[in-house]
Design a protein around this ligand. Sequence first.
Ligand code: ATP
Length: 297
Amino acid sequence: AMFVGAAMGTFPELYANVQKAIGASERVMEILNEKNEAISIVASENQTKKIITGELAFKDVVFAYPSRKEITVLKGLSFEARAGEKVAIVGPSGAGKSTIASLILRFYEAQEGELLFDGKPAGEYALTDIRNQVAIVPQDVILFGGTIKENIGYGKIGASDEEIIAAAEKANAHNFVTALPEGYDTLVGERGIKLSGGQRQRIAIARALLKDPAILILDEATSSLDSESERLVQEALEILMRDRTSIIIAHRLSTIREADKIVVLEKGMVIESGTHDELLKNEEGLYRYLSQLQFEA
Ligand code: ATP
């Protein structure tokens, strides 16, 4: 990552810009992370604690981006996801949904409050151990130059072909991959063939399945796929989310009805939380209002 000089700003900002501009692949993030760790967070190399259950909690978190200190993005945010729960974060644009994902991945440190993994402060874990146990499926998946096998295998160092294929099968990717002339050895990325958005998502899901993290962050796609592709992606996501803590950054309300908990965010604060049915009962609630808007649209 030498191509990025210090003059271009901090890595977290760069990361955010890259992600905003092109959508970030996990690979891009990992590369950026290497430097980011040295800059924004005092790496805790001696920590040996591992995330096991995947329980996650924000406690009174106050956060402003280092480059825009005058704007407090999260204003005392608290919520928790119990081990294996599916928690959807919804709210208007700019409410701070993506910021929550960046804090879980430890791209930034909160100014006040605490982020807890398995009930212990995030600072008690080494960054590498956190990132080994947190996977993200971004909105727009960008594959890196290389073969499909490499793109999936990146989820787990030393994965065997059998493991890669098993992950691809669960992710509904195996059939389209084997239909390509070179199968798993097909080159993708800039110099390779162009896969559809839904196919790229299924590759990213296969990669995350192979990684088998305790915590999954799903940044739901805003642009809709055709219905067949949508169904295949949705099915694969359900398998991926099963039995692991999943934080769903929801841009459409339709997909989150089944969440164990919906956290409604407005201006960096939780204003409501509950299940879909519970939230709909609140006649004055933002969730009910947003649902009605989407329904009408
Ligand atoms: P959307 O639904 O539009 O994606 P969001 O709820 O995910 O919105 P965030 O992206 O978390 O919202 O942004 C919350 C606030 O933080 C916004 O005011 C945004 O302008 C600001 N912000 C986001 N990223 C950065 C950054 N890298 N540097 C400075 N400010 C940022």
